[in-house]
Design a protein around this ligand. Structure first.
Ligand code: PMP
Length: 410
């Protein structure tokens, strides 16, 4: 793979030119939200300048243009993640969290009951963990968790023990936002299907960073967020197999999601509109398409390779420090582009705040995986997460800031 022209890429991200305390911003919080390149900002600004209107039923020119852009955005997302059913299999949501809730409320509340089992992993984000935990409480279904081993990998023997004919849903992260682990999701989906269970894969940390083919994985549902892939906030997508989405009840009710309404009854619109009540995220859908075009223009394989290189470089530097503990697998195909760690005797928040003094932006906290942190035996961790525009020089600044923190606190 030809390596990337990072200098040229960086110029397309205006925010990366910012400075704090006379130091150039080093943005290493990409697993939370990535930055936005000019083509995405321009696409959204063009929408508001040229064809802003409500969608679907418009007769006038602006509404027709906005409708085409909005509706075709579903096809573009389908193509990007390998959903051959096109727009009918792509529902736009607010984010990954809403996609998870959509399936939990629409499918889970209606289909689950006492005796059914929901299987999650110990490394689930709260987006799926809290959601299915609550659905379990409301329906009487049990929730069980696939264990992780010492290196932060899923214990697949435990997965095979836990997933049985009583299992109705398996929901798992594709890539952990805390450990960086890349999970064997097709294997998990196969185990679920062997027991006639459905599988929901949380792709929030996968779709932005690597090629993803939902049909090769054979996921029943797959979700991700626009704001973690150079796109805007406020939009995410739920992929669902058409036959499943067709059978499911709507999640939200209102305008646009109906076909016929009387004072007594309503019938539902066709897919995907049945799941998109009210005025949707039109500008954001336009921005998401521009983000996909942007990422594909670079190439998802190259983005994945670059992030792996960044993560490996960061991992090796941090692993060389005796007082740094790193979570998750070693660099390689089983680790995505992030490194979670702690510096002995220094709270992750203090570390992040020292980094911030040097304009290095990292995340510190529980990263919405509190039970996983309990299991790791820490309340919080620091996390550096990489994207297409990061450089080794930025990783060096991260490591220098650790030296500073050690001197100040340890
Ligand atoms: N799942 C994972 C693995 C994540 O990393 C995140 C974001 N931190 C989410 C779900 C939730 O994404 P959002 O906040 O966009 O709904």
């Amino acid at each position: 793979l030809e390596s990337l022209d990072i200098g040229a890429i960086r110029e397309e991200f205006p925010i990366l030119q910012r400075e704090f305390n006379d130091e150039q911003l080093v943005y290493l919080d990409n697993a939370a939200t990535t930055q936005t390149p000019d083509p995405v900002i321009d696409a959204m600004s063009d929408y508001y300048r040229e064809y802003n209107a409500n969608v679907h039923r418009g007769i006038h020119h602006l509404s027709q243009e906005a409708s085409i852009a909005y509706e075709e955005a579903h096809d573009r997302v389908a193509e990007f993640i390998g959903a051959s059913g096109g727009r009918e299999e792509i529902v736009f949501t607010k984010n990954t969290t809403e996609a998870e809730n959509l399936v939990a409320y629409s499918w889970g509340l209606n289909e689950l009951g006492p005796g059914d089992e929901i299987v999650l992993t110990e490394m689930e984000h709260h987006a799926s963990l809290v959601t299915w935990q609550q659905i379990g409480k409301r329906t009487g279904a049990d929730v069980n968790y696939i264990r992780i081993d010492e290196d932060g990998r899923l214990d697949m023997d435990h997965a095979r023990e836990l997933i049985t004919d009583d299992t109705a849903m398996v929901s798992a992260v594709h890539v952990s936002n805390t450990l960086g682990t890349v999970n064997p999701v097709s294997e998990l989906v196969d185990i679920a299907h062997d027991h006639d269970a459905l599988a929901f894969i949380d792709g929030a940390q996968a779709v932005p960073n690597r090629p993803v083919d939902v049909e090769a994985i054979d996921a029943d549902f797959y979700a991700f967020s626009g704001h973690k892939m150079a796109g805007p906030t406020g939009i995410g997508a739920l992929y669902g197999k058409k036959e499943l989405l067709e059978e499911m009840q709507p999640y939200l009710y209102g305008g646009d999601m109906i076909t016929k309404v009387t004072f007594e009854e309503s019938t539902w619109n066709e897919l995907p509109w049945k799941f998109e009540a009210g005025t949707p995220q039109i500008a954001e859908a336009v921005g998401l398409v521009a983000a996909i075009d942007y990422l594909e223009g670079i190439g998802m394989e190259r983005i994945e390779a670059h992030e792996e290189e960044m993560a490996r470089y960061a991992y090796e530097q941090l692993a060389a420090e005796d007082d740094v503990e790193i979570y998750g697998p070693e660099p390689g195909p089983e680790r995505g582009g992030l490194v979670g760690f702690n510096l002995e005797d220094v709270h992750a928040h203090d570390l992040a705040s020292i980094m911030n003094d040097h304009a290095v932006a990292i995340r510190a906290g529980d990263h919405c995986t509190q039970p996983l942190h309990d299991k790791l035996g820490v309340a919080a961790s620091a996390r550096a997460s990489f994207y297409v525009y990061n450089t080794k020089a930025e990783v060096d600044k991260l490591v220098d800031a650790i030296d500073d923190a050690r001197q100040l606190f340890a």
